[in-house]
Write a protein that binds this ligand. Structure first.
Ligand code: RFL
Length: 402
């Protein structure tokens, strides 16, 4: 090493990103005694507060529990057994647990991230480096890849030499671009729709998720806690959140979620207001050489069906297990089949989100034909037990095989 070269360390695995995917991989490794370093561009306080997802599928929670990561979640999460559709002025409760025996768990993503950080960093003394800058991945085509970054305290450039890199840095990360020199295929889908995503400091008006299908646009209510509710309002893509005053938001929610005999949304301060342009992508394959992507770094699913965090966890379980098999037993089979095993569920969930998008947005498409077929899809859920069972299975991610 020359005096100007970056400070060098060796570690078996570098995990880029301290979201649900990266922290789950890190926990699996550290629980088995395999060292890793997690690099994160934000501060700990920021990642523990960033509001996002809230709906977890039962298989994901069971898997966290099996790995000793579910205790706090099971103590604090709420079980949801039904959702409600509102259309044509009526309310239609869809009791999915009765159909499948499965339910959703509602647990805000920042709480899950805190639990995972506590288990990895506080309880096991795992290495997470927050607020790092200029992360770059090198030489993933070779046996000794490395990851470099700038240390926030000293401004010094550091180099971590490793055997494997887990790219868990989300939709805006850098690891995706290091895949096979940028030659991975990225399949994209743009819905041409925006959602105004809102967090209200107010209790939900009902105990369950609400989907309002209305000619003026979709509206959704997702309870997060007894004091906090997430709402969505369909809007033009690229809309400015400032176009949505407090009064306009609550008028639109009342209108689009209105139904005979239904309580109105409970008004409260809006502590988050941002426009999401609804789009999806899938990177194929999710791995190249010594780099393995997991979660939003590899695939984005618009939050239409609340699938993103579940997929991130699914990847992380597979990747953690596969890395352990390789590093502790020399068994390469998990890593070899990793991308394919993840993508089967990813594509299934993408297809379901696309199907559901038409149900939510068809009525407001300004096209009588699309409005008619979207309504037919909705009615079928409440008239055909077979259609209802199929929907419930997809909504809960409960298929026996993907
Ligand atoms: P994350 O959570 O984005 O974590 C990535 C981490 O990497 C850091 N990072 C970097 N670190 C190092 N170097 C770099 N160059 C870096 N660049 C970025 C970031 O700071 C971050 O800490 O990705 P991960 O782990 O893959 O997890 C994915 C989930 O966060 C995401 O899929 C869900 O939030 C999606 N989603 C939902 N999913 C569900 O399953 N159920 C839901 O109910 C649900 N609701 C939602 C959602 C996403 C939403 N937004 C904001 C798009 C609701 C919303 C509004």
């Amino acid at each position: 090493m020359t005096p100007n070269s970056p400070a060098l360390e060796h570690v078996p695995v570098v995990v880029v990103g301290a979201g649900p995917a990266g922290l789950t991989v890190a926990n699996l490794l550290s629980a088995a005694g395999v060292r890793c370093v997690v690099l994160e561009t934000e501060t700990r306080q920021f990642v523990e507060r960033r509001p996002r997802a809230g709906v977890l599928e039962e298989w994901a929670v069971r898997e966290l529990e099996k790995r000793g990561l579910g205790e706090r979640l099971l103590a604090g999460a709420r079980r949801h057994t039904a959702c409600e559709f509102r259309f044509d002025g009526g309310r239609y409760r869809f009791a999915y647990e009765e159909l499948t025996g499965l339910h959703h768990w509602v647990y805000p993503q920042p709480l899950l991230v805190s639990d995972l950080l506590r288990a990895y960093a506080d309880e096991r003394g795992g290495d997470v480096r927050f607020a790092v800058r200029d992360v770059a991945v090198h030489d993933v085509a070779f046996d000794r890849p490395s990851v470099s970054y700038t240390c926030p305290d000293t401004g010094e450039r550091r180099l971590l030499r490793c055997e494997f890199v887990a790219g868990c840095d989300g939709a805006r990360g850098v690891t995706r671009t290091a895949l096979a020199g940028g030659r991975a295929r990225v399949a994209r889908h743009d819905y041409g729709i925006g959602w105004l995503a809102l967090l209200a400091e107010a209790p939900p008006s009902t105990d369950c998720v609400l989907f309002g299908v209305h000619p003026q646009g979709f509206a959704g209510q997702m309870p997060r806690s007894p004091e906090m509710t997430r709402y969505y309002l369909q809007c033009p893509p690229g809309d400015d959140p400032e176009n949505w005053s407090h009064a306009r938001v609550w008028d639109a929610l009342r209108l689009r979620l209105a139904a005979e005999g239904a309580p109105e949304p409970v008004e409260g301060p809006l502590i988050e207001k941002r426009v999401l342009d609804m789009h999806d992508y899938v990177v194929e394959p999710m791995a190249s050489g010594r780099l393995f992507l997991a979660g939003d770094a590899a695939h984005l699913v618009a939050p239409i069906a609340a699938k993103g965090m579940n997929l991130a966890l699914h990847d992380a379980f597979l990747l953690g297990d596969a890395l352990l098999a390789r590093l502790t037993r020399g068994d390469d089979s998990g890593l070899a089949g990793y991308s394919e095993a993840c993508l089967r569920r990813v594509w299934d969930y993408q297809e379901f989100s696309q199907w559901l998008s038409e149900v939510y947005h068809g009525a407001a498409a300004g096209d009588a034909f699309r409005a008619g077929t979207a309504l037919a899809r909705l009615r079928r859920l409440f008239s055909s037990p077979v259609a209802a069972a199929a929907f419930a299975e997809q909504y809960l991610g409960g298929a026996e095989r993907y």
